[in-house]
Design a protein around this ligand. Structure first.
Ligand code: NAD
Ligand code: TYD
Length: 352
């Protein structure tokens, strides 16, 4: 069997950095190539603990740049891809949908085209793992769950672009026998998440005693999963998933936004030694997100029954641990919010 040489796209982002760390540390015999454009969401500081490891390489590049992707495939003899690079924030997709279509749809097709070109017809020991979201299934009412058979019904430019890429990946499997697997995961939370998403944004705002902008009535429901658990699930599916298949990944952990926010406020009051109830006073109801999906809820039975994976920690512990991480890593948060994190790249890589 060939030595594994894995291209992880989007490895400097939130989830990607946890996947890179897990693979670099757990599989010293694999070569891990982190391919990332370093958009506003990509931050190499997330990986400062692994960037000197011999089985790790960072390559700054754009998945839309077909020639450079091909050069990278050849240079590192890439035989697997874990594809996480994407534009990932729903609100940004409402403002700028084309960027999402470019990166998420065309970028994914580019990567697969290069993989087909470099791998030829010999797909033994090859895998293209496409990381996707539960948002492709649309919005649920009060009952029901998304299973792998739920028809796609994306309703935001972000989820539509991810749905489109999922369809393309499956089409390549059916048309070319392309060796792929897909997972669709629920909302992640944890260390290193860019503070535009609900949990890190609200942690930062509470810390700075700024308003907490709750969209609409705050009654939307999300299923939250600790990012380290998502990375573990990706490891399990990468190694044991069936080619051509899709796996839903979820936390069995539904929260109405306002309940989650109040719980977060309570933890923050305790951690910051503030009077009980003081963070809740920052809650401000604002205009709803357009097309705001009401409820997401994942049925992850297939992953549990077929591959034995289930989440490792309780949400209460994961959230507490996450809040602590943001409080302990004030520099990270300050660098990200000020844009200073780009200096890390210049220091670390331009000097080489
Ligand atoms: P993120 O926005 O934190 O990171 C995305 C990364 O992709 C960044 O490092 C960015 O620099 C890189 N990137 C963007 N465009 C690129 C391009 N053209 N070429 C190369 N790199 C590029 O995203 P995330 O939250 O870590 O999500 C990662 C993946 O997981 C995405 O595909 C997303 O759809 C999916 N996902 C996310 C969640 C979630 O809750 N965050 C849940 C389920 C699935
Ligand atoms: P978000 O973290 O953007 O993830 P997604 O939209 O992909 O689920 O938002 C999670 C939920 O929180 C979603 O219902 C929108 C809501 N939300 C707010 O109420 N206020 C905010 O400022 C943000 C960013 C999100």
């Amino acid at each position: 069997m060939e030595k594994k040489s894995i291209l992880i796209t989007g490895g400097a982002g939130f989830i990607g950095s946890h996947v890179v760390r897990l693979f670099v540390n757990k599989y010293p015999d694999y070569q891990i190539v982190n391919f990332d454009k370093l958009t506003y969401a990509g931050n190499l500081e997330n990986l400062s603990d692994v960037d000197e490891k011999p089985n790790y390489t960072f390559v700054k590049g754009d998945i839309l740049d077909e020639a450079f992707v091909e050069e990278t495939f050849v240079k590192y003899s890439i035989n697997s891809v874990i594809h996480l690079a994407a534009e990932s924030h729903v609100d940004r997709s409402i403002t700028n949908p084309l960027e999402f279509i470019q990166t998420n749809v065309i970028g994914t097709a580019n990567l697969m085209n290069v993989a087909r070109k470099c791998w030829g017809d010999d797909f033994s020991d090859k895998l293209f793992y496409h990381v996707s979201t539960d948002e492709v299934y649309g919005s649920l009412g009060e009952t029901g769950y998304f299973t792998e058979e739920t028809p796609y019904d994306p309703r935001s430019p972000y989820s539509s672009s991810k749905a489109s890429s999922d369809h393309l990946v499956r089409a390549y499997f059916h048309t070319y026998n392309f060796p792929m697997v897909i997972s669709n995961c629920s909302n992640n939370y944890g260390a290193n998440q860019f503070p535009e998403k609900l949990i890190p944004l609200f942690i930062n705002n509470i810390k700075e005693e700024k308003a907490l902008p709750v969209y609409g009535k705050g009654d939307n429901i999300r299923d939250w999963l600790w990012v380290n658990d998502h990375a573990d699930a990706i490891d399990v599916i990468f190694h044991n998933g069936k080619q051509g298949d899709t796996y839903n990944i979820g936390g069995n952990n539904e929260w109405q936004n306002i309940e989650l926010i109040k719980f977060l406020c309570k933890i923050m009051d305790e951690k910051l030694g503030r009077e009980e109830g003081s963070s809740e006073k920052l809650i401000t109801y604002v205009k709803d997100r357009s097309g705001h999906d009401q409820r997401y809820a994942i049925d992850a039975t297939k992953l549990k029954n077929d591959l034995g994976w289930s989440p490792s920690i309780k949400f209460e512990d994961g959230l507490e641990n996450t809040v602590q991480w943001y409080l302990d890593n004030e520099d990270w948060l300050n660098n990200v919010t000020s844009g200073d994190y780009k200096k890390y790249y210049n220091r670390q890589y331009n000097a080489r």
